[in-house]
Design a protein around this ligand. Sequence first.
Ligand code: PGA
Length: 259
Amino acid sequence: MTGASRPLVAGNWKMNGARAGAVALASALVDRAAAEGGLSCDVLVCPPAHQLFPVLDVIAGSPIALGGQDCHARPDGAHTGDIGAEMLGDAGCAYVIVGHSERRTGHGETDSVVREKAAAARRAGLVPIVCVGETEAQRDAGRALRTVEDQLVNSVPDGAGASNAVVAYEPVWAIGTGRTPAPGEIHEMHGAMRRLLAARFGPDAATLRLLYGGSVNPGNAAEIASIENVDGALVGGASLKAETFWPIVRAFHDDSSPT
Ligand code: PGA
């Protein structure tokens, strides 16, 4: 259940697929969006960098938005293999994921690096989706809340607000495992994140979108969507097929539609 005006359901395609499949998936999503005749949530896809332009061609003029999966903090320069936030903007992106646990773990990204990337996204006019989340060991040690609060304090740049930032809570142990926290645990974490952001950023934080991510699927999406302070989802595996991604979009659409 969202405090934000429009939930956001984002598909993180990670390092999957080739151009033809990406185009087919994007077309299927455009068709489904058209069939809804209006959506009360925002929908985003974040393909690998080489698929951005072909996907943009397909989604142009549709309600589906485009995002990057990561950006460098610098706009350009000698950074082999990286992509700047301005470049993502040039490729049609409106959002970029920063600080995903696969970047934090696989590329050694610290909170301060994530914060610089989030600030770079804003400099480029993109909305950063700042990811936070505890490991299983941290949860088992009773340090889940503390870990996430520390990451939020240190990864979310100053001046963040509902219009220029999104936060995604993704417990590391729930990503790609089929396991999710209990609804009460998500409720507790999202409430704590909301309070912390409100203390730092004031009333605007009440509508800053807080996504849940980690093994969201068509079977659990409606229950997750109904949790207070869950304003959308960041979806990995289930975003790779329209048949599994669209029911998740619909769960958030239904949750935020007037009844
Ligand atoms: P998953 O991934 O939905 O496959 O668990 C989520 C993510 O990593 O963003």
